[in-house]
Structures are given as structure tokens and as C-alpha cells.
Write a protein that binds this ligand. Structure first.
Ligand code: C2E
Ligand code: MG
Ligand code: MG
Ligand code: MG
Length: 283
């Protein structure tokens, strides 16, 4: 009896392994054609200046609507793109598309915003990120001060010397640099001052309970004051409630992003928001 149960467990295990492996293979093979099939798009989530309530930027968030699989979350397909090398063409596509779009809005006379683009581990580790970025800026005509790159803490800590060098090359071009998901990684605070960065983005996991969990409030306050002491700007991600915004305002966090103001929007909705936003603060 025991043996039979064991065998069933094993079969269950093998079956679920097959499900995972099958999904992975499907994702990989369909992702290969996602760019050519025009299945990728960029969503834009507004970033708000807390003191004035104005939209000052947007984060570019990749979307994949697969003909075979339907909508697939970037949380699922970005890691596969990283492992298979597909991140290179995909990352370049997002960067170019986001820069092109923001340049178009700028030319149309809409309020100027800065666009934040997520950079993956593989993209950051490549020697030539600065060359790619300057090429895309040149091709799209977007002024360099309108572009920000988001890098995560762990990407910096894997190879500190290499990261300092890469960041300096980007900084020399005039690009804004932000550390994404700040507080969740393992960066040693003493290293922070060595990186030529402009902004810390406090991770959503701290903001969610910032008004109810004293420890999350403490971490958030500590990040804000440390950032300010280092001369960095702070943005909070995942702001969903007025009380969270109030907390951030009281603690002099400069910027916020989250469902409270807006979910990520398709380009035409972002454009309409920018059009209606002229001169009218929304929070
Ligand atoms: P991230 O860079 O930390 O992006 C923030 C994520 O939080 C986005 O999820 C966004 O939709 C979500 N979010 C924003 N505000 C709220 C809120 O108020 N509440 C909640 N619950 N969620 C909120 P999304 O679009 O699913 O992206 C997930 C992750 O996938 C991103 O995390 C980023 O790491 C990665 N990603 C997305 N687009 C790209 C890309 O173009 N390149 C790379 N390398 N990674 C990307
Ligand atoms: Mg991000
Ligand atoms: Mg983030
Ligand atoms: Mg996050």
C-alpha cells in the first residue's frame, strides 16, 4: 500500500514536471516569433511628482499577446527570454519602441515625460549596452534626458567593478539611472555611493503595508532618508491607496507610481491621459 502511494506520488511528480517542461518549450518556441508576428507591445504606467501631482514620467512595461497562448506575463516570459538569449532582440525592441513613442508624443506637444525602461541581467552584463542605447537614441531622436534605465540591485552586486564601469559609461551619455525593486536585493548599502545613480525605486512589497506594518514603515523611511543623504531621488512603486500616498508625502518621497493613480496603459490611453493632463494636477 505504502509502495503504491509512493509510486503515485512519483507519477504525479513526473506528470507535473512534464506540464512545466511543456509550457516552457511552448513559451520558448512561440517567443521566438513574437517580434516578427507583432505580438509584443509596450504599456505605459504614469509616474507622478508627489508635491505637484503632475505626470513627470512613465515606466515602459512589456506585454506579450501570443497568438497561441494568449496574454503571457513578463514575470513568466522574461526569465525564459534571458535563458535563451531572446532577451537581446526583445530588450532592444522595447527600448526602441518606448523611445520612438515618447519622441512622437513630445513632437505632438504633449507634456514632456521621462521614459523608464527595464534592463535585464543579460543586457546589463553585455559590454555594449551604452552603444546600443546611444544608437537607439540617435535613431529615434529622443533627447537623452528623457530616458531612464531601471536596473535591479542584484545586477549591480554580482560584479561591482564591472557594474560601476557600465553605469559610468551610461551616465557619461547623460542617461538617468534608477535602481528598481530597491530593498529586496542584497546590496550592501556602503556600495551605493560608488554607483553613479540618480534614483531609488522602493519596492512594492514595502509600500503595500507601509501604513499597517511598523517594520515596513521603518524600512521605507530609512530608504528615503538614506537616499536623500546620498543626493538621490526616491520613487515608490505599487501605491494603491490614498493613505500610502499620504505617508510618502509626509516623509518627502518625491515620486510615486501605482494603481492609485493609474494602471499601466496602452499607448493610446497614455496619450489621451497626457492630453487631458495639460496644466491639471490629478492628485
Ligand atoms: P517592475 O519593473 O518592478 O514593474 C512593476 C510591476 O508592478 C509591473 O508589473 C506593474 O504592472 C506592477 N504594478 C504597478 N503598480 C502596481 C500596483 O499599484 N499594484 C500592483 N499589485 N502591481 C503594480 P508587470 O508589468 O507585470 O511587470 C512585472 C515585471 O516584469 C517588472 O517588474 C519587470 O521586472 C519585468 N518587466 C516588464 N517589462 C519588462 C521589460 O521591458 N524588460 C525587462 N527586462 N523586464 C520587464
Ligand atoms: Mg521596473
Ligand atoms: Mg519595480
Ligand atoms: Mg517590483
Amino acid at each position: 500500500y505504502v509502495k503504491r502511494a509512493g509510486k503515485n506520488d512519483y507519477e504525479l511528480f513526473v506528470n507535473s514536471m512534464n506540464v512545466v517542461a511543456k509550457r516552457r518549450l511552448e513559451l520558448e518556441s512561440f517567443l521566438r516569433h513574437a517580434i516578427d508576428n507583432k505580438e509584443l507591445s509596450v504599456n505605459y504606467q504614469p509616474q507622478i511628482d508627489i508635491p505637484t501631482g503632475r505626470i513627470i514620467g512613465a515606466e515602459a512595461l512589456l506585454r506579450w499577446n501570443s497568438a497561441e497562448l494568449g496574454m503571457v506575463s513578463p514575470v513568466e516570459f522574461i526569465p525564459i527570454a534571458e535563458e535563451t538569449g531572446l532577451i537581446s532582440p526583445i530588450g532592444e525592441w522595447v527600448l526602441r519602441e518606448a523611445c520612438r513613442q515618447v519622441k512622437e508624443w513630445r513632437d505632438d506637444g504633449l507634456p514632456e515625460i521621462q521614459i523608464a525602461v527595464n534592463i535585464s541581467v543579460q543586457q546589463f552584463a553585455k559590454q555594449s549596452l551604452d552603444k546600443l542605447v546611444s544608437k537607439v537614441l540617435l535613431e529615434t531622436g529622443l533627447p537623452v534626458h528623457c530616458l531612464e534605465l531601471e536596473i535591479t540591485e542584484n545586477m549591480l552586486m554580482d560584479d561591482v567593478e564591472g557594474a560601476v564601469e557600465t553605469l559610468h559609461k551610461l551616465k557619461d551619455l547623460g542617461i538617468n539611472l534608477a535602481i528598481d525593486d530597491f530593498g529586496t536585493g542584497y546590496s550592501s548599502l556602503s556600495y551605493l555611493k560608488r554607483f553613479p545613480i540618480d534614483k531609488l525605486k522602493i519596492d512594492r512589497s514595502f509600500i503595500t503595508y507601509v501604513t499597517t506594518e511598523p517594520s515596513d514603515a521603518a524600512v521605507t523611511q530609512a530608504i528615503i532618508s538614506m537616499a536623500h543623504n546620498l543626493g538621490l531621488t526616491v520613487i515608490a512603486e505599487g501605491v494603491e491607496e490614498a493613505s500610502q500616498l499620504e505617508f510618502l508625502r509626509q516623509h518627502h518621497c518625491e515620486e510615486m507610481q501605482g494603481y492609485y493613480f493609474s494602471r499601466p496603459l496602452i499607448a493610446s490611453d497614455m496619450e489621451a491621459l497626457l492630453r487631458s493632463h495639460k496644466g491639471s494636477p490629478k492628485i
